[in-house]
Design a binder for this molecule. Structure first.
Ligand code: ATP
Ligand code: MG
Length: 574
């Protein structure tokens, strides 16, 4: 490809409403164009990167027997009714002319299970692994940062079908390993973490995180063992209850206008860890109270697991007022007539400050079990940096920010049961098929790669997913020798299978450098004055400022070798 023929409308200015660097650079480099909030068109450069990532995924999934299919974006409502997912909040819903209801595909467990049920009826037809790379539609409440969180995005989604737990485990591990190779080949520093299964359900699951400060997720890693988990999920150690010699009598005190933890702490002159937050929630419509220390966050997924309830949410203000008989902000456990679930950490101390279920008042010197009854203790708070590791009990957790680029699940019979996808096992018994599902955000990976590697001049693409591997820049297009030399090299590199861009524009060399840096071409060759002495100039985008002379004679072979070496290095690097 020649730049004179390419369409890459670059922008000099940073687009105003683009908050994340990846969003800014994708727009500035002419990779994508916004169409609506969270909806983008890919321009030629953007689509090339997209397709390179897709191809890496394909190769790695095919390597263990994955079969590529293509399912529709349009899904009849009845299919999602079968699994109970037709009211998932992110669904885009529509009707056809005959008022038949459809959803736009947000993930395809139901569609793929529908293909398999009735067709796969014997253990002999499994293992089976079907996948696609396809556009997904989700009406995200907060589309953010361009391709990081779109409402329309590309996902690789794979689905495995097995007749026994051992085979399910084997395919799950194969995916886990393949995901690692995909992200390494894409030049990404990633971490696989244990995660919350969320709306998809199922048992074991891992998220793959690209570690970068702009990530939305917090991950916690043990500094002593290999435990790593999403902070939402990270387990905490069981706590041994303390015995209290100095329990003081509880009392109600006035706290005018103080209702947040900070305000109460300041007013009473105590630390946030001496306060208990009482959070009124509801599980499947029934109200209850959840208690965590003032400096901690309540973790709803953990709470839902403790309760075994599907729909665990914060209660509406009206419900809070009803159960506490007080304005919002003054809830406390003493005298409450609803179940009270208490975080394990609160076993450790006595004499806490709690809300008094009365405006402008709090109770002091309140101790669980002594001043109020506890329905159940549990690990219901979000883990933070510094917490002890529950796995090895030796180390401590440290935190990092990450972008979730992949998520794999052992679903078990979550969908096959509801949708009657049954098979006959070796003993001739009918059983639901064991499933796994595996998602990888192709478009999000593209954005994550930019978040992870960029500088003030633009994107620093890893060579495997760069729009071009090499650019050959003609310093002075009016110089016939330079022009001809560049054309020859361009031709040779193409013959050697290098993905090369020839910058043959009549612009000043400075403009060309700026553009090639902005769009992040990893290997940059300048054909300039040195040609008369038989030398070219080579520089690497990742080592800006360093220039090397390259003998013209062997330049084609040397560049092709460098491209291959760089790609191989990515896969090997841990
Ligand atoms: P998130 O928690 O970020 O909303 P999710 O857990 O809902 O994502 P999954 O259903 O696990 O996402 O989807 C599989 C993969 O698809 C994710 O790991 C991510 O890489 C990608 N993905 C999910 N939602 C989006 C989105 N709105 N935009 C871009 N990529 C997405
Ligand atoms: Mg996920």
């Amino acid at each position: 490809m020649r730049t004179s023929q390419l369409f890459f409308p670059t922008l000099r200015e940073v687009p105003k409403d683009a908050e994340l660097v990846s969003h800014q650079l994708l727009l500035r480099g002419g990779f994508v164009r916004g169409v609506a909030a969270g909806v983008y068109s890919y321009l030629p450069l953007g689509w090339k990167v997209h397709e390179k990532i897709s191809q890496i995924v394909r190769e790695e999934i095919n390597s263990f027997g994955g079969l590529e299919i293509h399912m529709p974006v349009l899904i009849p409502k009845e299919l999602l009714d079968e699994s109970g997912r037709s009211s998932v909040p992110v669904l885009f819903a529509l009707k056809d002319k005959n008022q038949r209801e459809f959803f736009l595909g947000f993930t395809h467990e139901e569609v793929v299970t529908d293909i398999v049920r009735g067709t796969v009826s014997s253990w002999k037809q499994m293992p089976l692994y079907l996948y696609q790379i396809q556009t997904k539609e989700r009406d995200e409440p907060r589309p953010r940062g361009g391709l990081v969180r779109g409402r329309e995005f590309t996902m690789f989604d794979g689905y495995s079908f097995d007749g026994n737990e051992v085979d399910l485990d084997t395919i799950y591990r194969a995916n886990y390993e393949a995901y690692g190779r995909v992200f390494r080949r894409c030049g990404l520093d990633y971490l696989a973490v244990e995660a919350d299964p969320g709306a998809i359900g199922g048992s074991e699951n891992h998220e793959f995180m690209v570690l970068t400060p702009s990530g939305e997720d917090t991950v916690l890693r043990c500094d002593s063992c290999s435990y790593a988990a999403n902070a939402e999920r990270a387990e905490l150690l069981e706590i041994v209850p303390a015995t209290f010699a100095d329990k003081k009598p509880s009392a109600v005190v006035d706290t005018p206008d103080a209702h947040t933890v900070e305000q109460v702490a300041q007013f009473l002159g105590v630390e946030a860890d001496q306060i208990i937050k009482t959070i009124i929630c509801s599980a499947d419509g029934k109200p209850f109270a959840a208690l965590v220390r003032g400096d901690r966050e309540l973790n709803l997924p953990k709470l839902a697991r403790l309760l075994g309830a599907k729909n665990t949410v914060l209660a509406e203000a009206e419900v809070v007022r009803e159960v506490t008989n007080a304005p919002v902000g003054y809830a406390g456990p003493v005298g409450l007539e609803i179940p009270v679930y208490v975080d394990n950490e609160l076993k450790q101390e006595a004499n806490y400050v709690v809300g008094a279920n009365k405006a402008d008042a709090h109770c002091i010197n309140v101790t669980p079990l002594q001043d109020f009854s506890v329905t159940a203790w549990g690990d219901i708070r979000t883990a933070v940096s510094g917490d002890r590791c529950a796995r090895c009990e030796d180390g401590h957790l440290t935190d990092a920010r990450g972008i979730e680029v992949g998520h794999i699940f052992k679903l078990g019979t979550r969908y096959s049961k509801d949708m009657s996808a049954l098979f006959q096992n070796e003993q001739g018994e009918k059983q639901p098929i064991l499933m796994g599902c595996y998602g990888l955000g192709v478009s999000r990976t593209m954005a994550a790669a930019i978040e992870a590697k960029h500088d003030e001049a633009g994107i620093v693409w890893p060579i495997s997913i760069a729009p071009f591997e090499v650019c050959v820049i003609i310093a002075n297009t009016r110089d016939e020798v330079q022009k001809q030399t560049a054309l020859n090299l361009y031709g040779e590199l193409r013959n050697r299978g290098v993905d090369v861009l020839l910058d043959d524009r009549e612009d000043r060399i400075g403009v060309k450098f700026k553009d090639m840096d902005l769009i992040g071409i990893p290997i940059q060759i300048v054909v300039g004055k040195g040609v008369s002495e038989g030398v070219l100039e080579l520089s690497l985008r990742s080592k800006k400022g360093e220039r090397h002379n390259l003998p013209l004679e062997s330049a084609g072979a040397a560049i092709a070798d460098l491209v291959n070496a760089e790609k191989a290095r990515l896969l090997l690097e841990e």
